[in-house]
Design a protein around this ligand. Structure first.
Ligand SMILES: NC(=O)c1ccc[n+]([C@@H]2O[C@H](COP(=O)([O-])OP(=O)(O)OC[C@H]3O[C@@H](n4cnc5c(N)ncnc54)[C@H](OP(=O)(O)O)[C@@H]3O)[C@@H](O)[C@H]2O)c1
Length: 248
């Protein structure tokens, strides 16, 4: 039987390329996101690429809790058993605006941490009922050390990393896998204004690595790509008295 994969934030560039890898394996795909037209176009693309069935769930907005719960309910009602859930949405706030505008700060934490945590709990309940499943969440290496250039985004992702660690600890005995994905720099609309350097990878490459981590590996935490494990080990080992003087 084909795998069923439900993606929240399906219009994200990384999600799109992950979904294309699942489509090539003739998976059943379910796409949740804000915009109906974009989801419809995405569904057509995935069908052409081999997806067995594609269902869309428009109107999913991370800043509106009712749409989160409604989407989870509608997806399970329609699909019954869902093997993989990928949570891929996120926002990269303007750090300087978040320092002076509490609404920007709150929205960044709401979208990147709070809504994801609530969604994970709702998904966990369904996976506990079905007795299996893999919940994969795109976090970020930015959550592994606070830097002056993006610590608002980083702290939301850092909180998410800890949340997922605890959730994994809770769900592991029940046979449910929680996968934390930690991309470094990926060339997507989110990083449109970030100057590109040699550490950047394409969204296509990230999608292929994410698909591999979701389907083939047993790992709990996967860096995308793997060299970020080395970079972050070095960055995390810098003593705070030195780190606070660096312009990062
Ligand atoms: N790009 C990077 O370098 C990088 C690095 C590390 C981690 N990440 C993480 O990777 C994930 C995917 O990002 P991406 O790089 O693929 O960026 P992207 O292409 O810009 O996608 C961002 C996605 O988030 C969705 N979104 C934003 N606010 C939302 C809300 N309130 N409700 C529902 N959906 C919302 C967008 O939906 P719409 O299409 O409706 O706008 C879009 O699907 C994010 O979690 C991001 O934090 C990215």
């Amino acid at each position: 039987m084909s795998d069923t994969v439900l993606i929240f934030g399906a219009t994200s560039a990384m999600a799109l390329h992950t979904a294309r890898n699942f489509a090539a394996q003739h998976a059943n795909l379910a796409l949740a996101g804000r915009d109906r037209q974009r989801l419809e176009a995405l569904a057509e693309d995935l069908k052409i690429r081999g997806a067995q069935q594609v269902e869309i769930f428009p109107g999913f907005d991370a800043e509106d809790e009712t749409t989160i719960l409604k989407t989870v309910e509608a997806a399970w009602k329609s699909l019954e058993t869902i093997r993989h859930v990928l949570i891929a949405y996120g926002t990269l706030p303007d750090q300087s605006k978040a320092e002076s505008d509490a609404a920007v700060l709150r929205s960044a934490v709401e979208v990147n941490y709070f809504s994801v945590a609530g969604l994970c709990h709702a998904v966990a309940d369904r996976m506990l009922e079905q007795g299996s499943g893999t919940l994969s969440v795109i976090s970020s290496v930015a959550g592994l050390r606070g830097r002056q250039s993006n610590y608002v985004y980083g702290s939301a992702k850092g909180g998410l990393n800890l949340f997922l660690q605890g959730l994994r600890n809770r769900l592991h005995p029940k046979g449910i896998r929680v996968l934390t994905l930690l991309p470094g720099f990926v060339d997507t609309p989110m990083t449109r204004d970030v100057p590109k350097g040699p550490l950047f990878i394409s969204a296509e490459k990230a999608g292929s690595l994410i698909h591999k981590a979701m389907t083939r590996k047993k790992a709990d935490v996967v860096y995308v790509p793997g060299f970020w494990r080395v970079i972050m080990t070095v960055i995390r080992s810098i003593p705070e008295p030195v780190f606070k003087k660096l312009k990062l």
